[in-house]
Write a new protein. Structure first.
Length: 279
């Protein structure tokens, strides 16, 4: 795969997937809103105060970048999907909030930012789609390169057992196309979708929690913590309906916080987040 700063480097099936779904809209749906709210919560908990400089790598159309800009951060957005860049530029031109410092097409393994130039790096998607460990280490080392000493890394992974949870909640086990996908997920962590069904996601790597910890450490970070993002929340009966009740939603968020660092429950959280610091 040739790395060029002015052209996408993602496999075509990944780009096609994100051109067929609205990622920003997905994060507004009840089943995914908890992912967005919890991610925002963790960002504010561990980021330095604004106006710190943040690099959002693989930030899509800017869901988190715009949100952070509105809170006084100076945010640079990089993504590998051309449609996301167009959407972010259009949103930036139409919104009335604080501007994003820059929006550019790029690759997590070869960032344009200078060494020691940012206070925080968000990798809230790239590690899913870099299916080779060597590429993930490259992306993590690039994040370390551009961070200032003491700067913070947010590295999200999809849990190895995410397909198990989704299969049971969405009744995918009744679909004969899904079981071979699921079995490969469990055996190798290498998720592939040979069907045209967007529900089955796209080319990705699913981490064991310890794998994500090991990769962050190997890239030269000092690990602060690894936390569950959604935790076991979606196991709640009639989750989508109950999430609409503000009182219940508050309790769900509270429970998720209480068990976020419990290792025995990491496997039921669709997403996990490693938070590290550049020494």
């Amino acid at each position: 795969m040739t790395l060029k700063n002015d052209s996408p480097t993602l496999p075509s099936e990944i780009i096609a997937h994100y051109e067929s779904v609205d990622e920003a809209q997905r994060l507004e749906k009840p089943e995914s809103e908890i992912e967005r709210l919890r991610t925002q919560e963790l960002l504010l908990r561990y980021l330095p105060p604004s106006p710190a400089v943040i690099l959002d790598v693989g930030g899509g159309a800017g869901v988190y970048a715009f949100w952070l800009a509105d809170r006084g951060y100076r945010v640079h957005l990089v993504d590998g999907v051309p449609l996301h860049i167009s959407q972010a530029e259009e949103a930036a031109s139409q919104r009335g909030g604080a501007p994003i410092a820059s929006i550019s097409l790029g690759d997590a393994r070869q960032l344009e930012q200078p060494e020691s130039s940012v206070d925080g790096v968000l990798l809230l998607g790239p590690l899913y789609h870099l299916t080779e460990r060597s590429d993930r280490i490259l992306a993590l080392r690039e994040a370390r390169r551009v961070l200032r000493p003491g700067g913070v890394l947010f590295a999200a992974g999809i849990n190895r057992y995410a397909s198990t949870i989704v299969a049971l909640l969405e009744d995918f086990i009744a679909d004969p196309q899904f079981m071979p996908i699921y079995e490969q997920d469990l055996r190798f962590g290498q998720h592939r979708n040979p069907t045209d069904d967007p529900r089955f996601f796209t080319t990705a790597f699913f981490h064991y929690p310890q794998e994500l910890i090991d990769e962050v450490n190997e890239a030269g970070f000092r690990l602060d913590t690894l936390l569950a993002v959604e935790g076991p929340a979606q196991l709640l009966k009639n989750f989508e309906q109950q999430w609409q009740n503000p009182s219940i939603q508050d309790k769900i968020m509270r429970i998720t916080r209480l068990v976020e660092s419990e290792r025995t429950l990491w496997g039921v959280s669709p997403h996990i987040m490693a938070i590290g610091r550049k020494p």
